[in-house]
Design a protein around this ligand. Structure first.
Ligand SMILES: [Ca+2]
Length: 437
């Protein structure tokens, strides 16, 4: 395991036992403060001690039950003093008071931010105001890893108003649904426009994946976990004929067949040796992943020992990310551990150093050119943020720790705006922008 930069030794956190499969912890679901105005440097303001947890992240999250929160999230005003010298990253609170935000995203070229709140709401931040964009709480099961998990805007959203969400429904199964913006209000979705594209049965409550995004190929990619429990109990990891433990790739939007199309170059497009929707297999729980030009970076949550990041060309069909033959770069559930043909992670890390990877994005913003081309990622349990660059040999280079363990409590996701600047969401309900410290 190459770790050239460990500023915080493995000592950092006493994350006791980060098994993704134990009973999740319950956390506070009380009413949150709705307004936060701070002039304190964010690094201090947010220093929080992560709780020891037996939950894994994307094995995330909290409190089951219905939240009692009735407050409206609000924008946070912060003054950050930038320092000279080498780049230091700071987290600037952007808005607060969400229940459990799990993604920040924006349509191409759109200055607004859209925040996915796991209990079943999408908020839009427009010119300093947080507005309700869509509320589907009545359709969603919110509990730990279940909830509203993904949002993707059609690449031509400005013209067609189409966006896609996926969530765990009231029966505990995954649904992928297309919605459209209101014809009269750009800051509201049309709640009656939902058109279901896909439903996938979930044999257990965890490992739901949930990230969706449009690839450089114009298709909608959808990452699903192995169905849950532990040890790939349902045997989906290496199967191509199930939609679980897989990256799916489908054609949606204007002109696509109903309910969606199968790209002709999908590896099992004809349905003979696998499901037509399947693009890649061998994923355990691809909670957060992203594209950078013609590459896809996948943070795949490990079981009890190892977290991993893989990167692959978006042009290669039928890749196998290895689960459960391997966990990270280690042999897992295979006596021979034949790694031929498997995607080997470009980086992995043991649970002495974290417990659940939160995949992020390659930075392509303008505000911190030093970060250009660096892939930022974090760990849900320990709350650090690191980056790497994909080296020519397919491994990781320029590994850097930007924010130490303890920086975030419950780092549920990264986010990105239309200018390429990056964000972090936390389980406590705050959206931060990563800025020059
Ligand atoms: Ca793997």
């Amino acid at each position: 395991m190459r770790r050239t930069i460990l500023m915080i030794a493995a000592t950092a956190l006493a994350v006791a036992a980060c098994s993704g499969d134990d009973e999740p912890t319950t956390s506070d679901d009380g009413v949150r403060p709705s307004v936060v105005t701070t002039t304190t440097p964010p690094s201090t303001a947010m220093a929080a001690t992560p709780e020891a947890t037996t939950t894994t992240a994307a094995e995330t999250t909290t409190s089951g039950a219905e939240s009692t929160t009735t407050t409206t999230p609000e924008v946070v005003t912060t003054t950050t003093a930038a320092s000279g010298g080498p780049l230091v990253l700071a987290a600037e609170p952007v808005a607060d008071g969400f229940e459990q935000p799990v993604l920040v995203i924006a349509p191409p070229g759109d200055p607004r931010l859209f925040v996915v709140d796991q209990p079943g709401r999408i908020w839009v931040i427009d010119e300093g105001t947080v507005l309700p964009f869509l509320d589907i709480k009545s359709l969603v099961t919110f509990n730990n890893e279940q909830g509203l998990l993904g949002l993707a805007f059609h690449p031509d959203y400005a013209a067609n108003g189409l966006f896609y969400i996926d969530y765990i429904d009231r029966d505990g199964n995954t649904r992928l649904v297309e919605y459209m913006v209101s014809t009269s209000d750009p800051n509201a979705a049309d709640p009656d426009s939902g058109r279901e594209l896909l439903r996938v049965d979930q044999p257990a409550a965890n490992h739901n994946g949930g990230m969706i995004a449009f690839g450089p190929d114009g298709y909608l990619w959808f990452g699903l976990g192995d169905g849950g429990a532990s040890d790939d109990r349902f045997g989906n990891g290496q199967r191509a004929d199930t939609l679980l433990a897989a990256m799916l790739r489908i054609e949606v939007g204007p002109g696509a067949p109903e309910p969606y199309g199968i790209p002709p170059d999908n590896p099992y497009a004809d349905g003979e040796d696998g499901a037509p929707e399947v693009w890649a297999i061998g994923l355990r729980n691809p909670w957060r992943w992203s594209f950078d030009d013609k590459l896809v970076y996948i943070g795949d949550v490990g079981q009890n020992e190892i977290e991993e990041i893989s990167a692959a060309s978006t042009n290669i069909a039928g890749l196998n990310y290895g689960w459960p033959i391997m966990e990270g770069r280690a042999c897992f559930q295979s006596e021979s551990c034949d790694q031929a043909g498997l995607v080997i992670p470009l980086l992995d890390y043991p649970h002495s150093d974290g417990c659940s990877i939160t995949g992020g994005f390659v930075y392509r913003g303008k505000e911190m050119p030093e970060l250009d081309g660096h892939y930022l990622y974090g760990d849900y349990c320990t709350g650090w943020v690191r980056s790497l660059k994909l080296a020519n040999d397919g491994g990781a280079s320029a590994e850097t720790e930007w924010m130490p363990a303890g920086t975030f409590a419950g780092l549920t996701s990264f986010g990105v705006d239309s200018a390429g600047e990056l964000y972090v969401t936390t389980q406590a309900g705050t959206v931060y922008k990563l800025v020059r410290g």
